[in-house]
Design a protein around this ligand. Structure first.
Ligand code: ADP
Ligand code: MG
Length: 246
């Protein structure tokens, strides 16, 4: 009897360990009971209200929901720009729920590539310099930075625009530079918060095509949008409402 119980316990522990290990391999993101509470004067805003999210490595996800539903808040937490008020966030097998700002910045530089609605390029820098910038922060040598930045700009179709400054590029081209900058450190995840919000529909389609190609190369991509036809480019849609899954 005693023997049996011991065997059972051992198998149980082994199963739990295996399940944990399997998750670390397949899930790039595992977030459990995420809450983000903002206190504004007397009012408490539950921007994330006990959210569970699990995303497989190599997925292409559209994140949708009405304005104010918590999409940007979730992107900021998943992208390690901000920490949740409570809950557990496992990124690529590491618990990043409550790291210091310095540690978070380090993880962000290595694991996350961001693309924003407003491109957020440095206006005085060329496309090449903008794309090379994250590698300066990472301490990568000059010659490697240049050749890597050139390669990624070619990948996004801007091989002939590398010396242009942002104001010498169209909106779609600026966003391609931003995508190249997001890719340059070879991150685990590309997070894009309404990347087509400032673009016309044809240009938007081109950017979403580009995300599809990047995804086919094996990158995990999460794109926030409020347009169904933009979301249709992704493999799967996650919907938010009032800080919860809808
Ligand atoms: P979405 O991106 O879906 O439009 P957000 O994540 O930006 O939504 O916002 C979710 C909720 O949290 C909204 O009610 C918003 O007003 C509130 N919120 C977002 N950021 C802050 C902040 N820094 N301080 C206070 N409230 C915020
Ligand atoms: Mg938003």
């Amino acid at each position: 009897m005693f023997q049996q119980t011991q065997t059972y316990d051992f198998l149980y522990i082994q199963r739990v360990a295996q399940a944990k290990f399997a998750h670390m391999i397949t899930s790039i993101i595992r977030a459990t009971n995420l809450k983000k509470i903002y206190q504004v004067g007397e009012t408490q805003v539950n921007a994330l209200d006990g959210l569970d999210v699990e995303i497989e490595r190599g997925a292409y996800i559209a994140l949708m929901g009405p304005s104010g539903s918590g999409k940007s808040t979730l992107m900021n937490v998943l992208g390690c720009l901000d920490t949740p008020t409570s809950g557990v966030y496992i990124l690529n097998g590491n618990d990043v729920s409550s790291l210091s700002d310095d540690k978070l910045a380090e993880i962000r530089n290595k694991e996350i590539g961001f693309v924003f609605q407003t491109f957020n390029l440095l206006p005085r820098y060329t496309a090449l310099e903008n794309v090379a910038l994250p590698m300066i922060y990472a301490g990568i040598p000059y010659t490697y930075r240049i050749s890597r930045a050139e390669k990624v700009l070619q990948k996004v179709g801007l091989g002939d625009r590398m010396d242009h400054r942002p104001n010498e590029l169209s909106g779609g081209q600026r966003q391609r530079v931003a995508v190249a900058r997001a890719l340059v450190m070879n991150p685990s995840i590309i997070l894009a918060d309404e990347p087509t919000g400032n673009l016309d529909s044809v240009t938007s389609d081109g950017i979403m095509q580009l995300f599809s190609e990047i995804n086919k190369d094996g990158n995990t991509v999460i794109v926030v949008t409020h347009e169904e036809d933009i979301a249709a480019h992704a493999e799967k849609t996650i919907r938010l409402k009032d800080g919860k899954l809808a």
